[in-house]
Design a protein around this ligand. Structure first.
Ligand SMILES: NC(=O)c1ccc[n+]([C@@H]2O[C@H](COP(=O)([O-])OP(=O)(O)OC[C@H]3O[C@@H](n4cnc5c(N)ncnc54)[C@H](OP(=O)(O)O)[C@@H]3O)[C@@H](O)[C@H]2O)c1
Length: 295
């Protein structure tokens, strides 16, 4: 089975490249070999790779910057996934794509279901919703996996920022009125691999039969404050901390260019019913991720 992975350098793509190597013959690409900002260049890449599965882990993910780069974010997140899905359908390949909790407006107080109506609050969320619709319109065998608050111990995401703040600042405050489901990139990659590895020969028809939008995020929910405090508690080097606790703040204390949903935890029972996969509870995953980083 040939797999084309797009976005191998990102948080999720990096983990996918490692877990997918056992599933099939993997070709993993990122910028500059592939540029989703130039959708016309995608068909030749796909036709040359002749994959059985295309996985798109690439996206424009700078949520605040998206507000001022509307054309770019719409092309990368809204248009390019549709082109990839069309090429996959043309080749009879399956297309696996990731979307976001930011398609929702955050008005709910219980986990969002796939059947809930999307209403994005920001340009990034609108572009990802456009991408979902373009993938659906292409038909074929596709999975759109909506996830949330993705982190890895590599790079400069929220976990790394908290670890840096508690080492360098005398007072660390984090919003308690923003709630979602923290998702370890490795656990998300492993769940994707489980879906694809269960029946390699049957994977395309199986995905075609069950195609659609699925929520796949760390189990449970947390406020940013709870998440930050757990990061502090799991840090294997507490002797380096300048603060012993993280204080509560409100979102309005940290104005940002993009508005974000106050609540965007995802109910992931549909994918468990369809494919038998679920991610660990977010606290467990964080302990595993940080324990490993401390070794
Ligand atoms: N991060 C989150 O909290 C979160 C939450 C919900 C959903 N998601 C979704 O989950 C998926 C994976 O996210 P992630 O956190 O792994 O993202 P990430 O770390 O930002 O990685 C995205 C990758 O896409 C690449 N990329 C950006 N623009 C590109 C372009 N024009 N052409 C080709 N590649 C391009 C990036 O390259 P450069 O680094 O060179 O730009 C990077 O390698 C995305 O679909 C995202 O929308 C993420």
């Amino acid at each position: 089975m040939r797999i084309l992975l797009i976005g191998k350098v990102g948080q999720l793509g990096w983990e996918l490249e490692r877990v997918l190597a056992t599933v099939g013959a993997l070709r993993a690409v990122d910028v500059p070999e592939v540029d989703l900002a130039q959708p016309d260049t995608l068909a030749p890449l796909v036709r040359e790779a002749r994959p059985d599965i295309i996985i798109n882990a690439a996206a424009f993910t700078a949520v605040d910057r998206a507000e001022s780069e509307l054309d770019l974010v719409r092309t990368v997140n809204g248009v390019a996934p549709g082109v990839l899905a069309e090429e996959a359908a043309r080749l009879g390949a399956a297309f696996v794509h990731y979307s976001t909790d930011y398609v929702f407006d955050g008005a709910k107080t219980t986990p969002y279901l796939e059947a809930d109506a999307p209403r994005p609050l920001n340009a990034y969320g609108r572009s990802k919703l456009e991408g979902e619709r373009a993938v659906e319109a292409a038909g074929g065998a596709y999975l759109i996996l909506r996830t949330s608050w993705v982190y890895s111990l590599r790079g400069s995401g929220f976990v790394s920022k908290v670890l840096q703040w508690v080492r360098t600042q005398d007072d660390v405050r984090v919003a308690e009125d923003e709630v979602s489901s923290p998702t370890w990139a490795r656990a998300l990659a492993q769940a994707t691999e489980q879906i694809l590895a269960a029946a390699p020969l049957l994977v395309v028809p199986r995905i075609k039969e069950r195609r659609g939008v699925y929520h796949l995020a760390g189990a449970g929910s947390a406020s940013r404050l709870e998440w930050a405090r757990e990061i502090l508690a799991c840090d294997p080097h507490p002797e380096e901390h300048k603060v012993k606790d993280i204080r509560p703040a409100r979102r309005r204390d940290f104005p940002t260019a993009a508005e974000r949903p106050a609540y965007s935890a995802l109910d992931c029972s549909k994918i468990e019913d369809a494919f038998g996969v679920r991610l660990p509870r977010w606290r467990e995953a964080l302990r595993l991720a940080m324990g490993e980083a401390g070794q």
